[in-house]
Structure formats: structure tokens, C-alpha cells
Design a protein around this ligand. Structure first.
Ligand code: G3I
Length: 430
């Protein structure tokens, strides 16, 4: 039962058992638990808070406890990469990626896809290709993987790390780059065709401040937008040491001003300035309306690829570090909310053996749009006093006011899962 205050989580089964058929109303979701976890606090600001995870660690109970309670989005650290998903040409293996997806869906978490086309971690067979053969193998890979995960990924890193660190903003030399300068846009077009619902991102590192590399990416995004190449977001990896660049927020904002979302995709920070730098990054994201979420690159320090530098929010024992508190406080302190302008509070209604009711009351606006996340295999069977639509997964319901007042309700069938409850994701006025 993710993102319920612990106090309420313990009480809920008792209360719900007591209300079967009774129709009693119990407050169980909304915005009052915003201070409790990274995920709930970010959600109260209209953003996700994610972590990169490894399928091989899903049997570790400390790891999964933190994963379930703190995060609303996950990224596969390695399992959706080219070498993992297409180990032999035309032979696809989704075992690790599917495991991560299933775990995320069971927890009601979003999934970021990482990464469709990247010069690194290419399988051996692809490393031996070049020119048009490599181009078509890469595009087929993008199409196949994006099609396999169609409708299940909120954002894909379509192309990863295609620019050089030469201080001149050049493209990185790679076998992919040598197939022609248009390889990036070709990958984006293939991804869009395969999964029209996913946000398509370009993702890179050392682009966190205004510099030659980030400006080169900026110019590419501006050109893509001008020519109608499908790009929706830019990922800033943010593998930092000691501090964030002073112009971190300004850099995010200049990309957002091009008409794309921005996301912090692989955040980890080493060094003595860690806690303050985490706060600065979090505040910068909250201050940019199109910064839609933050992902940290691992859960505990012992899970980090930056061995020995302890750059994450939990120590090796799974304890919260000062950096964790710093992020949580920053999330709970102000900042702009995408949409916003109203508050939606969910209240539990009647519970039957196979289904239960929920009502949601909106304050702060007379016309509104409320987004509610469900946990599969639960399904909404009836909605009243609001106009509902669903995303392609069927797990995210958007309800708009329809003139029936400020409270809408819905019935959800358990379908075998009696513990999960809907979560109010956002309330937007108008
Ligand atoms: O799973 C095998 C294991 O069976 C084997 O014994 C071991 C021996 O080398 O290797 C293990 O695989 C390693 C894998 O991580 C899982 O631990 C790979 O060798 C290793 O190359 C791989 O490193 C990953 C790295 O990307 C590869 O470039 C890191 O986990 C991952 O955190 C890192 O993530 C990247 C992002 O994708 C892109 N941005 C930078 C970021 C950090 O480098």
C-alpha cells in the first residue's frame, strides 16, 4: 500500500474490515501525507520521485521496502539497454526489464525507459556493424523494444550521451554517429511510431549547467522542435560532485522554454556538499514548471555505480541520510506545481466482497481535472458526478468536472487485490 502515512497504513485494514457494507467514510488519501515520503512529497508538487533499480536486487527486503515506500517511478539501471534486450541480432530478451516493469506496476509506480540507442552497452554483434547495416539494426531495435513496452513507459531515453566532452559541443564520435548525423532524429521518429504515448527524451551528462555541451544539445532540441522531429523531454543525468552548477536552474529553464519537459534522470552527488547540493537540485526542479520529476541513480550507497563515494540518499544499511532529509524538506517547502490550483481529497466509501467505493472532493476550484492512479489488476467499473477517461494502461484515470458539483465518486473492483487503494496524483483547476 504505497504512500499512505505509516500511522494510517497500520490502521487501514482494521478500519476497512469494520466498514464492509457499512458505507462509513474514512479519510485515506489526498495531500495531508505530503511530508511523509519522497514520492508523496513530490506528488503533492505534481512531480514523480524515482530511483534506478536492478532486477537482481528485488529479492532484498530492505531494498524493496525503501523502493515501495519512497518512490513513485523507477528506471531499469541496465535491463532495458541494447545489450540486455537484444543479445543476438533479432533475438529479444525482456526478462529483466519485464521483471522491473511488473514490480513497478504492482507498486503503482511509473516506469522510465532507459535507453533505446546508446553507443555504450551495445551488444557484441552490433559493435561489429557499421553504416547502413548498423543504422537499420539500431532502428529495428528502437522499434522492437518500444513496441514491446508500448503504453507502459512514461518517458523513454531514446538517445543517450550522443555529445562529446570536448568543450566545443561536437557530436561524440561513435559507430552510430558515423551512420550519419541524422541518426538521432531517425531514432526519435521510430520511437514515436512504435509508442505514441511515451514522452521521448534525449538524455546526457555534463549538461547540467550552461556549457558548450549543453548548448549543443539545446541547439539540437531547438532544431528538432522547429522541424517537427518528435522530442518531448530532455534528461539531465546530474552525476555531481560537491555541488550543482550555479546556473543549474537557469539551464533547465532554457530547455523548458523550448517547449520540452525536463527531467533529472540519474541524480547522485558525492562529496562534502552532498546534502546542500541535493536540496539545490530539488529546489531547481520545483522552480521550473516543466521539470516533471527527479530520479536518483540507485537507492542505497551500496547500490551505486560510483563505488566508494556514497552519493545516494540511503546508507548501506538502508538508513536515511542527511541528504534524504534535505531533499524531503526541499520538496515540502514551496515551488511551482504543474497544473495545480486545487486540492483533491479521497475518502473511502462502502466496501463489498468484490469491490469498493471512493469519493473525491475538490476544494479551491469550481471546474477541475483530477488524476487518480489505480493499482492493476484493480479496475474502475463505474464513475459518477464526473467525466472520466483512462490512459492506455487503464491504470490512470482522469476525471473532469461535469457540472455535478465538487465531489465525484467511483467503484473499483478488487480483481484479487484487496489491499491497494487509489492515489490522487494531481488536481488542476479549469
Ligand atoms: O551483471 C554482470 C555480472 O554478472 C558480471 O559478473 C559483472 C562483471 O563485470 O558485470 C555485471 O554487469 C555490469 C552491470 O553494470 C551490472 O552491475 C556491467 O559489467 C557494467 O558495465 C554495468 O555498469 C553499468 C553502466 O551503466 C554501464 O555503462 C552501471 O550498472 C550503470 O549504473 C551505468 O549507468 C549509466 C547510465 O546507463 C547512463 N549514464 C551513466 C550511468 C552511469 O555510468
Amino acid at each position: 500500500m504505497p504512500r499512505f502515512p505509516l500511522r494510517l497504513r497500520k490502521l487501514l485494514p482494521v478500519l476497512l474490515t469494520g466498514t464492509v457494507g457499512a458505507g462509513a467514510a474514512i479519510f485515506f488519501a489526498g495531500t495531508s501525507d505530503a511530508a511523509a515520503t519522497l514520492g508523496a512529497s513530490a506528488e503533492a508538487k505534481g512531480r514523480y520521485f524515482g530511483a534506478a533499480i536492478a532486477a537482481s536486487k528485488l529479492g532484498d527486503s530492505t531494498y524493496t521496502r525503501i523502493l515501495k515506500s519512497e518512490f513513485t517511478s523507477v528506471t531499469a539501471e541496465n535491463e532495458m539497454k541494447w545489450d540486455a534486450t537484444e543479445p543476438s541480432r533479432g533475438v529479444f530478451n525482456y526478462t529483466g526489464g519485464d521483471r522491473i516493469l511488473a514490480q513497478a506496476q504492482a507498486n503503482g509506480q511509473k516506469v522510465r525507459g532507459h535507453a533505446l540507442a546508446w553507443h555504450s552497452q551495445m551488444p557484441g554483434w552490433a559493435q561489429s556493424l557499421s553504416g547502413s547495416t548498423l543504422r537499420s539494426a539500431m532502428l529495428n531495435h528502437v522499434t522492437q523494444v518500444a513496441t514491446h513496452y508500448k503504453g507502459k513507459i512514461h518517458s523513454w531515453d531514446v538517445v543517450n550521451e550522443a555529445f562529446a566532452d570536448d568543450g566545443r559541443g561536437s557530436r561524440r564520435d561513435s559507430s552510430l554517429q558515423r551512420t550519419g548525423n541524422d541518426w538521432i532524429e531517425a531514432a526519435f521518429r521510430s520511437a514515436r511510431a512504435a509508442d505514441p504515448a511515451a514522452k521521448l527524451c534525449y538524455n546526457d551528462y555534463n549538461t547540467d549547467g550552461v556549457n558548450a555541451k549543453s548548448t549543443a544539445v539545446y541547439n539540437m532540441v531547438r532544431d528538432f522542435k522547429a522541424r517537427g522531429v518528435p522530442i518531448d523531454c530532455v534528461g539531465f543525468q546530474s552525476h555531481l560532485t560537491n555541488s550543482a552548477p550555479g546556473d543549474y536552474q537557469a539551464n533547465l529553464q532554457r530547455f523548458a522554454d523550448l517547449g520540452v519537459d525536463v527531467q533529472i534522470t540519474e541524480l547522485d552527488i558525492s562529496g562534502s556538499g552532498q546534502a546542500a547540493a541535493y536540496a539545490a537540485v530539488t529546489k531547481a526542479c520545483l522552480a521550473v514548471a516543466r521539470c516533471t520529476g527527479i530520479t536518483v541513480w540507485g537507492i542505497r550507497d551500496s547500490d551505486s555505480w560510483r563505488t566508494g563515494t556514497n552519493p545516494l540518499l540511503f546508507d548501506a544499511g538502508g538508513n536515511k541520510k542527511a541528504a534524504y532529509t534535505s531533499v524531503l524538506n526541499a520538496l515540502n517547502a514551496g515551488g511551482s506545481t504543474p497544473g495545480g490550483g486545487c486540492t483533491a481529497t479521497a475518502t473511502a466509501g462502502t466496501v463489498w466482497g468484490d469491490r469498493y467505493n471512493t469519493s473525491v472532493t475538490v476544494t479551491g476550484a469550481s471546474t477541475w481535472t483530477v488524476v487518480v492512479a489505480l493499482t492493476a489488476p484493480q479496475k474502475v467499473s463505474t464513475v459518477w458526478s464526473g467525466a472520466a477517461s483512462w490512459d492506455t494502461s487503464g491504470n490512470v484515470m482522469t476525471v473532469k468536472s461535469n457540472g455535478s458539483g465538487n465531489t465525484f465518486g467511483f467503484t473499483t473492483t478488487f480483481n484479487g487485490n484487496t489491499s491497494a487503494r487509489p492515489q490522487v496524483r494531481s488536481c488542476t483547476a479549469g
